[in-house]
Design a protein. Sequence first.
Length: 115
Amino acid sequence: VQLQASGGGLVQPGGSLRLSCAASGSIFSPNPMGWYRQPPGKQRELVATITTGGNTNYADSVKGRFTISRDNAKNTVYLQMNSLKPEDTAVYYCKANIPLTGQYWGQGTQVTVSS
């Protein structure tokens, strides 16, 4: 199973970015899929998760600013990040739970919010 994440970069405060993560190599649909992040010098933390049925869960710090979605046909999860703040700066990782197989992490993509 491989997770390929993309979409990170440098953005000014108040700006937007969209992350994508595609899962491949399994006959099972990942459930759930999600995004985590690790700010500099801190532990990895939950950002948002989404099930195949569309049920979502968000960290309080991103509610109202970030939106997680997925394309089940493509086994791809997205994270639309709006109104970005400097404290959103982190390496963002996607994670997928594959039924009967286990949990997998993507390689991480850097998001830097700075003027």
